[in-house]
Design a protein around this ligand. Structure first.
Ligand SMILES: [Zn+2]
Length: 217
């Protein structure tokens, strides 16, 4: 592994152990006050009770191969006035083309060490299961024509592997899944159970349902 980005990842992971992210590359905002007052439809569906952390879901940004999208852009697409206008971003963390890991959702009022997704920790990655889930996204996922493709760079692959294994060490009952196992879409442009197998992840930690019959690899 290339030492430079590996050090960055380890530094980052050290920071989330101390305090769940937030200041690595971007000053992530604490949940807005209006979250507590304006209850949007998605939040009604998710409910506000904390649930056991069950799924770690892999996403892609659905952007073209080699296009260096910044984490701030993702936040803007999800929460900006000209974006989707959500009350918070869709992913906890994003992996950019250089393999750097960026925290997008800073949660001040929840315990990042426990086995629960608290209300403050939730991100809006897959409607209906966010209260059990954490979402991680790699930049890319489309070829130059806009078709689904696993475009992960070697650096992104290395970081995602460390990230998944780190989460599994801390949460031994966790299930790793892809967005396409819950929604009729290609995201993250590969079939996560096969990917997990290639990393040697124990099958007990792999979500294998494929209701949308996604078969791209
Ligand atoms: Zn997705």
């Amino acid at each position: 592994m290339e030492q430079k980005w590996l050090n960055k990842v380890l530094l980052y992971l050290g920071q989330i152990l101390k305090k769940r992210g937030g200041e690595f590359t971007q000053k992530a905002k604490p949940p807005k006050q209006k979250d507590q007052i304006t209850i949007k439809s998605q939040e009604i569906e998710e409910g506000i009770n904390m649930s056991k952390y069950k799924y770690l879901i892999i996403h892609c940004s659905a952007t073209k191969e080699g296009v260096n999208i910044k984490p701030e852009q993702i936040v803007d697409w999800h929460t900006g006035k000209n974006g989707r206008g959500w009350s918070r971003v869709g992913y906890s963390d994003v992996i950019t083309l250089d393999g750097a890991l960026h925290n997008l959702h800073y949660s001040e009022n929840s315990n990042p060490y426990d086995d629960y997704i608290e209300y403050d920790e939730m991100t809006w990655g897959v409607k209906g299961i966010n209260k059990y889930s954490k979402h991680v996204c790699y930049i890319g996922g489309l070829d130059s024509d806009g078709n689904p493709k696993n475009t992960m760079t070697n650096e992104q692959k290395g970081t995602l592997e460390i990230y998944l294994k780190h989460e599994l060490l801390r949460h031994p009952d966790l299930l790793v899944a892809g967005h396409n196992q819950f929604s009729k879409k290609a995201c993250p442009s590969f079939f996560v159970p096969n990917y997990c197998k290639s990393l040697g992840i124990d099958i007990k930690n792999v979500y294998t349902d494929n209701p949308n019959e996604y078969n791209g690899f």
